[in-house]
Design a protein around this ligand. Structure first.
Ligand SMILES: C[S@@+](CC[C@H](N)C(=O)[O-])C[C@H]1O[C@@H](n2cnc3c(N)ncnc32)[C@H](O)[C@@H]1O
Length: 272
């Protein structure tokens, strides 16, 4: 498991440095070094211009998510929000605007370069109700029942210990608190080799969950009102170059892939 974490840390450390050096994270999306081109169909156009107005350009450039959790999560003034795997900080800064000066937005990330970038973006944005914490989403460095809403953007699929992540999310939420997360999800049976190749393309190093497993894991962790809403569905065409490079005949595998991998918005609530 620590091997996966080391690979993830190295990959996102490089992505952060690229943004700091003015190149943009774009060669290194969730799919990064293994799959040039994937980044476009996954990370492109997640935020509309109105939403990102006033944010530092580097925060927008560093966006490596697969959804837009703050657009879908209902955030209210005074709330405490926690972003699991906050990267360059875009969703934390957007949350901070929504919860206002009486609320607080925490970002949690394990990669030093990403934390440096996020803190620099916070400084440029001039916001005070934000704090970036160093740590792992499997061991959240916050007390029990201290958070109103957990958001995350394309990070839980990278973890090799999703049950622990969900248990930790449940622990830090207040009773009635909400889980409102974007993540890559799989629907239905897919032959193992194809699944592994598409996951490499998407960048899910330790495996995207099947939607019914995701629901079952959230329910086992204690969440209620669990649901998964697809926000962007991937087609075999999106991964054409990568999959044909791996020896797959696209016409043959299209029916096995199309519509089976999607970015979804995942909701749950800790019982009040
Ligand atoms: C795909 S990027 C997403 C960043 C951000 N959420 C966004 O939308 O731009 C994944 C981020 O999660 C962090 N990360 C991955 N696994 C983690 C873990 N187990 N604990 C803490 N951070 C993690 C990485 O360092 C990286 O910054």
């Amino acid at each position: 498991m620590s091997d996966i974490k080391d690979v993830v840390r190295e990959k996102y450390g490089k992505a952060a440095l690229r943004v700091i050096e003015g190149e943009g994270a774009s060669c290194c999306g969730p799919s990064c070094c293994s799959a040039p081109g994937a980044v476009d169909s996954i990370t492109v156009n997640l935020y509309d211009q109105k939403q990102t107005e006033g944010l530092p350009a580097e925060a927008v450039l560093a966006s490596l998510g697969c959804g837009n959790p703050t657009a879908l999560a209902r955030l209210e003034p005074g709330q405490v929000v926690l972003d699991l795997g906050s990267g360059g900080g875009i969703d934390v800064l957007l949350s901070a605007k929504r919860v206002g000066p009486t609320g607080k937005a925490y970002g949690l990330d394990m990669t030093d370069e990403m934390l440096n970038l996020a803190r620099e973006n916070q400084r440029k944005a001039g916001v005070e109700n934000v704090e970036f914490l160093k740590g792992e989403i499997e061991h959240i460095p916050l007390p029990d029942a201290s958070v109103d809403v957990i958001i995350s953007n394309c990070v839980i699929n990278l973890s090799a210990d999703k049950d622990t992540v969900l248990a930790e999310a449940f622990r830090v939420l207040r009773p009635g608190g909400r889980f409102a997360v974007s993540d890559v999800v799989v629907r239905g049976e897919i032959p193992a080799e194809i699944r592994r190749s598409v996951e490499l393309w998407v960048g899910c190093l330790s495996g995207a969950l099947d939607e019914s497993d995701y629901v079952a894991k959230l329910t086992r962790a204690g969440f209620q009102e669990v649901s998964i809403e697809p926000t962007r569905v991937y087609k075999v065409e999106d991964a054409r170059e990568f999959l044909s490079g791996h020896g797959f005949d696209l016409d043959t595998i299209a029916p096995l892939v199309d519509g089976r991998f999607f970015s979804g918005f995942i909701r749950g609530r800790k019982p009040a």
